[in-house]
Design a protein around this ligand. Sequence first.
Ligand code: RET
Ligand code: FE2
Length: 527
Amino acid sequence: MHTLFQGNKRETVEPVKADVRGTVPSWLQGTLLRNGPGMFSVGETSYNHWFDGLALLHSFTFKDGEVYYRSKYLRSETFTKNMQANRIVVSEFGTMAYPDPCKNIFSKVFSYISHTIPDFTDNCLINFAKYGKDFYATTETNYFQKIDPNSLETLQKLDYRKYVAVNLATSHPHYDDEGNAYNMGTCIVDFRKPKYTIFRIPSTTPESEMRKTSCLKSLDIVCSIPCRSALSPSYYHSFGMTDNYIIFIEQPFKLDILRLATAYYRGVNWASCLKFDADDITLIHLIDRKTGRPVHTKFYTEPLVLYHHINAYEEENHVIFDVITYKDNSLYDMFYLVNVQQDSYDFEQKNKLSSKPFCQRFVVPLFSEKGTEIGSNLVRLKSTTATAIKKKEDTVFCLPEVICEGVELPRINYDYNGKKYRYFYCTRVEWRPVPTKIAKVDAMTKQIVEWSEDDCWPAEPVFVPAPDAKEEDDGIILSSIVSSNPSKPPFMLILNAKTFQEIARASINADVHLDLHGIFIPRNSSG
Ligand SMILES: CC1=C(/C=C/C(C)=C/C=C/C(C)=C/C=O)C(C)(C)CCC1
Ligand SMILES: [Fe+2]
């Protein structure tokens, strides 16, 4: 188990042809890009947290029934600076680095001051985004990196701050049917008025068509929402989007700005600036995508911690959104390398989440509650037990319906994003953060079908629709599988998404590693 997490992983720069068992569908042509941490120590120094590791980009290319694998470290400035110094010199989520040991009190003070508004890491290890025709590796800071999806080369370091006032942004953007991208970020430097900003990057512009400028230059703001508490904006890892609304959950898992500004000086990491306030409520913001205006009613629910939105849609004047929630923030603590590097006995015993993940469905009424009685449930849908109780005029308390528990890393058929849908695909986690199974969940019947195999550690399952798809689950599931059995090579698993039966597996004679998120790029769409 421990070898899955620890140790620096090798790149496979030249494509390696996999050994295919079964038949890869002939229509499956394209590349699955995956991102995740791969290097955990530089010289004598080591990272503390799995989310700190230097980004290792992976690609699985499907071409005429064959599968090719390659991987390459993201050449971020962080990577280069660390390599040059032969030690970790850039701070990450769970590791504070001190690049210049200060010689005297003046330079010490100067260095502390310059760190109060820190220049965050550009180690984009979480996911990929498509902005315009280009692909970018992403993390949650202001930096993102343009990459070549074929060679996995790093092409350019970009900074959201050049286009929009945000210091943090999610690694889970959304896309509409025209391919326009939506993302959101937080501006934390304006201490008087920190705000969340939702922005849109058009898929194409006349200038970008002529390859004169990037679509990023045409970024526009959908709306800004003031943070409810000025010195502690909420942390968020994703958001939801329906045809007409953006769903933003302002959870009581917050980033303490004063702690952040003094973290370097106090010798603590960024992660310690995230605090869960179990006594606070969770606010549900709905923003009209066309007008940019938030829905006036105050919707709220119990305190929760949420990383992944699954999907959201509108039905009969309600907004329905499905999310994976926790009762506390133990998940991120679980990924400290001291926790995951235990031998398997310790790992089972000690490395337990104090709150397991629940898939919950919230239902928010969009119609006016004027005239309805205080205390009444406003939800008019028969299909759900979720409630929205009117507490007073313009204040509604929402309680979700539990769809299932023990699921993480959810993916859907993205053609159904924002629309009424039925299925999601995910990994199964109980009290441990590392998945041993993947699953298909029917959110309507709550039925779950699983795939698992001995010694296998599956990655986030990605749905790829069949070209002539008629039903939501007409397609396949791709999941890269790492094995803890030395005699079993890693493989790319291909399942029929309808039946969850194996169609093919492509065994790879190279190192493949645990990762986080990724995207499938169909051939002919990589621009
Ligand atoms: C560096 C840095 C951050 C990094 C967060 C990261 C790297 C989060 C990764 C989350 C993952 C991988 C979740 C998976 O579900 C913060 C806290 C935003 C702000 C301060 C600077
Ligand atoms: Fe994520």
